[in-house]
Design a protein around this ligand. Sequence first.
Ligand code: PLP
Length: 389
Amino acid sequence: MRVYLDNSATTPVAPEVLEAMLPYFIENMGNAQSVHSFGQRAKAALESARRQVAGLIGASPTEIVFVSGGTEADNMAIRGVAEASRDVGRHIITTQIEHPAVLATCEELEREGFRVTFLPVSSRGLVDLDELRAAVCDETILVSIMHANNEIGVIQPIEKVAEVVAEARASGARRLLLHSDAVQSVGKIRVDVNELGVDLLSVSAHKIHGPKGVGCLYVRKGTRLTKLMYGGHHERDRRPGTENIPAIVGFGRAAEMAADQLDSRARLTSELRDYLERQIMERARNVRINGDAAYRLPNVSNMSFAGVDGESLLIALDLKGVAVSTGSACASGSLEPSHVLKALGLDRAVIRGSLRFSLSAFNTREEIDFAISTLAGTIARLEEMSADQ
Ligand code: PLP
């Protein structure tokens, strides 16, 4: 049996998504900018996908800019605001637990003369709103706080962050904008741009059973944003380049399915996730769950196994057919301990023994049972081995 429990890294494309994409490779291969019927068909598919994606996040279709994925959406939001607002201020606020797409963009802007505040988080992974309030000043042009974290699944109170941003706007920081990286939350929990009160929001298709290499940036109407690339006038002049119609069509279908199945997917994955956690807590000694238990995505569990090396555990599990991850896909493979778990204040040993299990609605109870018995057996063996040393 092969069990895939690394759905925060990427998800399998849903069969319905693939089916929707296929006609756009050969029969309907037109360039959406062309005037002839091939072009018109591609254009119609592009606009239909835009409506589907907008529907998933409560946006208007004209506020959706298709891009190459979450990384580009984050870069576009942060650099786009920085360039557009540098004449009014050069201060950006983000958190210590963002994805590298946000962190590295902010670090680069620091080198270019911007000031960036990286807010700490509590031991459960939550941002403190008073610290945010204290950090905002008249020079602040952007607050970028992720909706759900990719390593621990903790959900930040973005609605409350938006209230702080609104207060700051009313008292001096007039051009202040709010961006949220919602790559992990969209399709897992309800995400509505108006309820959240964001100006910019990043989404990626491959986390919701869509294809890789496509995503979008939600840009609230009227938001000042400098574009990253120059070329044609695609995407309302925000993002040039011939549109990747098959991928965008797949993204649209995946978004539509995620909206239709939001509750059932959340119920299924949280039941399986909770069952996995209960069983592991019963069978293994010294297990802890990292991150806030209440404000957490339904499909993610980050657990630490004391005295066990997470990397060895990951490899041993993989050999037996169970795919999990230590932290994020981007951080694993590097020897650096997870910056997210470090920000929670965890000991190096606890961080070393941590694994992320991330489920999708494609997982079954049989798979989770297999993962539980494999994990329990492997931990017992690794504990014995380290006791012998
Ligand atoms: N932001 C978060 C929170 C993510 O988890 C990821 C992907 O792992 C990204 C951004 C980057 O998205 P993409 O892989 O589409 O570039």
